[in-house]
Design a protein around this ligand. Structure first.
Ligand code: DOR
Length: 435
């Protein structure tokens, strides 16, 4: 793979950097893996003079140049389920999707509940040398919802957040203590919100589930837990991040809490802003995930909340599963879909449908998630790492799940046609994906 070391300039692109209010043609100068300048077109000759160096120019006319995308939520399955994904294959799918930083969620086998495992994930990510892989650690030992992990040690080892995702923390007392400790270490508690007493179904509980004869999960299963955790975030003053928000009721609760100053951030997935529970009609298990796809009114509420700032980020919930885990009766199949390589196209599709504004959509993939977890990423600020994504906004393409870089192919978007495609991804100024 070709790489660009030293000094180079990307010229002619439309640069969109929401964090710095930039949307227009600029020349972006990269030196030693960092952004060295974002200048008006034509400013390049003055750079040439600085040290008399020769600057390699990359012609990006007709393309968009964006900060590399940041995913707060990717299941990479290593250790333990390497037949579904490894950290290296997940990181490869990430750069193919324009992502330069991804948070590896901790529900592996075993779960990431000690410092040695956090270091293992970090090391594997560094060895893969593709997207930056940031480890998450669990909130509770063995993800059992009982004893807390050593949050301080885990943070020191490099965990950027704490989450039992895949499972909720059922006990409010445990969640309260987790929030208290997380405040001490300054990293968020990242919550999978599902009341197990209301859960147990395989799709959204409503008209479609009744018609299909499948047991449903009501939106209330998510909403009661979000409301509980907002109360606990307020009580403790800690930072709560709510994962994969899927209902209008959840959006209302988060909006209200934010307006009162509760320290909460939240994300939604590309699939919840695109599909509804109607997608389950053919019993396609690639439409099965937790939380489930919801009715149109919920989908619309998610899109509005992404646009108005109630939700801070689009996060993939990339959840690879093997064919044997998916080719089963609907209620027995594994939950989750791969998402790293379709997230940008689905987000842009929402822009093309007039549901999201372009700069807000880019923000939701870049500085929005970075700010939520206080990561040094998602902007083209001078001095920031040169993590960049080039987009061909006119390219028409069809997603072929079988050809994806991920080890798994469980996507409901297989065969979908999109316009707008990631063509090159730089991490630290080096090309890590090229179409
Ligand atoms: O659909 C899901 N899949 N939801 C989760 O919360 C976990 C994830 C997984 O790990 O497969």
């Amino acid at each position: 793979m070709s790489g660009h070391a030293g000094l180079f300039a990307i010229v002619g692109a439309r640069v969109i950097d929401p964090a710095n209010g930039i949307d227009g043609e600029r020349t972006v100068l990269v030196r030693d893996g960092r952004i060295a300048g974002v200048e008006s077109p034509g400013a390049l000759p003055s750079f040439d003079g600085v040290r008399g160096e020769r600057i390699e120019r990359i012609d990006a006319r007709g393309l968009w140049l964006l900060p590399g995308f940041v995913d707060l939520h990717a299941h990479l399955r290593e250790p333990g389920e390497e037949h579904k994904e490894t950290i290296a294959t997940g990181a490869k799918a990430a750069v193919a999707g324009g992502y330069t930083t991804i948070v590896a969620i901790a529900n592996t086998r075993p779960p990431i509940d000690n410092a040695a495992l956090v270091r293992f994930v970090k090391k594997k990510g560094e060895e893969a040398d593709l997207a930056r892989v940031l480890p998450a650690a669990t909130i509770t030992l063995g993800q059992k919802g009982e004893g807390l992990t050593e949050l301080v040690d885990l943070a020191e080892a490099g965990a950027v957040c704490f989450t039992d995702d895949g499972r909720p923390v059922a006990n409010a007392g445990v969640m309260r203590r987790a929030l208290e400790y997380s405040r001490l270490v300054g990293r968020p508690i990242v919550a999978h919100e599902e009341d197990l007493g209301l859960a147990g179904g395989s799709m959204h509980e409503g008209e479609v589930s009744v018609r299909l004869g499948l047991r449903g999960v009501p939106g209330a299963a998510e909403e009661v837990m979000i409301r509980r955790d907002l109360v606990l975030a307020e009580l403790t003053g800690a930072h709560l991040h709510v994962m994969h928000v899927s209902t209008a009721g959840s959006v209302r609760a988060i909006r209200e809490a934010k307006s009162r100053g509760v320290k909460v951030t939240a994300e939604a997935t590309p699939h919840h802003l695109t599909l509804t529970d109607e997608a389950v009609k053919g019993y396609d298990t690639n439409a099965k995930m937790m939380p489930p796809l919801r009715p149109e009114a919920d989908r619309r509420a998610i899109v509005e909340a992404l646009q108005d700032g109630t939700l801070d980020a689009i996060a993939t919930d990339h959840a690879p599963h093997a064919t044997v885990d998916k080719e089963l009766e609907f209620d027995k199949a594994a939950s989750g879909i791969v998402g790293l390589e379709t997230a940008f196209a689905l987000t842009l599709r929402a822009v093309q449908r007039g549901e999201l504004k372009l700069t807000r959509a880019i923000e939701l993939l870049t500085s929005g998630p970075a700010r939520a977890f206080q990561l040094d990423a998602g902007t083209l600020t001078v001095g920031a790492p040169a993590d960049l994504t080039l987009i061909d906004p006119e390219a028409r393409w069809k997603f072929d799940a079988k050809k994806s870089s991920s080890k798994s192919h469980n996507s409901p978007f297989d065969g979908w046609e999109f316009s707008g495609r990631v063509v090159r991804t730089f991490v630290g100024g080096r090309v890590r994906f090229e179409l």
